[in-house]
Each structure stands twice: as structure tokens, then as C-alpha cells.
Design a protein around this ligand. Structure first.
Ligand SMILES: C[S@@+](CC[C@H](N)C(=O)[O-])C[C@H]1O[C@@H](n2cnc3c(N)ncnc32)[C@H](O)[C@@H]1O
Length: 207
């Protein structure tokens, strides 16, 4: 099995993503997608639960997905998508795309799982055209002193083994800040009040 493939997690995640689609997470997917347009880069396509939330302003999708079982799980949604979707077996850390070749990018529940979030964001900024839009829907590190942060500390040694490499305490806000991006369009609602995958980081960033 390839190092980035977690077939059991793929099946569990696909079921969960479907189950959550009718609730707050599905609504958030629609909300953050509103500003997306043109050629869209989706890093970590997963089972492609985002595709049916995309607005008509998205004309084409490039989905990056290193897991073979996830690419298989995405196949039906990719076929059913109203716009062309190219799925590429690659890593967000090394996008096989030219500079300035996409108009928008979507990070949904992926920056917790990539090996090098700083590099993934740098790669997205390289391929995004000036004036591009990044949509964000992530779960992130909780504030120090909260019960959620304590739950994350307890869970963090085992969580990656249960959840396909996901780090429940990934400080994604800090990574975006370090990249010099304007984070005024992001908020931190408790979309998934289930420990250890809360709070969320949701919204859009204009590049
Ligand atoms: C939790 S799933 C989220 C999928 C989808 N974005 C969603 O919102 O449902 C995380 C996905 O990121 C993929 N992934 C993990 N490491 C990656 C990397 N370095 N580059 C791109 N995708 C990666 C995994 O294979 C998995 O499909």
C-alpha cells in the first residue's frame, strides 16, 4: 500500500462526509465555496464531497489526491460534476502545475493531514494567479486553557493513526499568518463540537 493510502479511513471518512453534508458542515462547504471562480485547485480532493457545493462560477477543477483509495471513492462524484474535473495523483507540497495557472484554491479538512502545511500553502500561492481566492474549511488547534485543547493533548498521540494522518492540533491559522496573508475573512466557529476536531477555521482569503 502507498504511504498516503489509508483504505479503512477512506471508507469511514466517505461515510462521515456524506452524513455531515446535510448539516452544518455541508452549509459551511456551500458558504466558503461562494467566492470560488474559474479554474479551481482542490488540494486533497478526498471523496469529492465539495464538488456539488461549487458555484457555477467555477468552470474547471484540478483535484490533487495522493491516496488511491480516495481517488476511487471520488470517482462517482467526479463523473457527476457539472464542470470538468481532472484528478491528479500528487502531493500538495509539490504541485505539478505551472505558476499562475489557477484562479482559486480550496483547502477543506486537508491542512491537518499534509506533511508540510507551510510548503503546501507556498505551492498554492505559486500556482494561484494574482487576485486569486483561497477558500478555507479546516479544523484547527484549540485555544490554550480550554477543555477542547486538553482533549487535543490527550488525543494527539493516537489521532493520526485513527484518522489517516490527521493532526487534531494543527495550528493552521498560524501557518496562514506566517505566509503573510490577510486573515480578516476567516472565523472560528464550532462546526464540529466533537473533540478533538474543533474549533474550525472557515472563510476566504484574497491573495
Ligand atoms: C480528511 S480528507 C478531506 C478531503 C476533502 N478535502 C474534504 O473536505 O472532504 C484529507 C485528504 O487529504 C489527502 N492528503 C493527505 N496528504 C496530502 C498531501 N500532502 N497533499 C494532498 N492531499 C493530501 C488525503 O489523502 C485525504 O484524501
Amino acid at each position: 500500500m502507498a504511504p498516503h493510502d489509508h483504505p479503512v479511513f477512506t471508507q469511514v471518512y466517505k461515510w462521515l462526509a456524506r452524513a455531515e453534508d446535510a448539516g452544518a458542515i455541508g452549509k459551511a462547504r456551500t458558504e466558503v465555496s461562494r467566492a470560488l471562480h474559474g479554474r479551481l485547485l482542490v488540494v486533497g480532493l478526498g471523496p469529492a464531497e465539495d464538488l456539488h457545493h461549487l458555484p457555477e462560477t467555477v468552470t474547471e477543477v484540478v483535484g490533487i489526491e495522493p491516496s488511491a483509495s480516495m481517488r476511487k471513492a471520488a470517482a462517482a462524484a467526479v463523473d457527476a460534476a457539472p464542470m470538468p474535473v481532472e484528478v491528479i495523483d500528487a502531493m500538495g507540497e509539490q504541485l505539478p502545475l505551472p505558476d499562475n495557472s489557477v484562479d482559486s484554491a480550496l483547502f477543506a479538512y486537508v491542512l491537518c493531514s499534509v506533511e508540510d502545511p507551510e510548503l503546501v500553502i507556498a505551492e498554492a500561492l505559486r500556482v494561484l494567479r494574482p487576485g486569486g481566492t483561497i477558500a478555507v474549511l479546516e479544523h484547527v488547534k484549540a485555544r490554550e486553557g480550554t477543555w477542547m485543547r486538553r482533549a487535543q493533548r490527550l488525543a494527539s498521540p493516537v489521532w493520526p493513526h485513527l484518522a489517516g494522518g490527521c493532526r487534531c492540533d494543527q495550528d493552521t491559522r498560524a501557518v496562514f499568518e506566517a505566509a503573510g496573508l490577510d486573515l480578516s475573512g476567516l472565523s472560528s466557529p464550532d462546526l464540529t463540537p466533537v473533540p478533538p476536531v474543533a474549533p474550525s477555521l472557515v472563510g476566504t482569503i484574497q491573495v
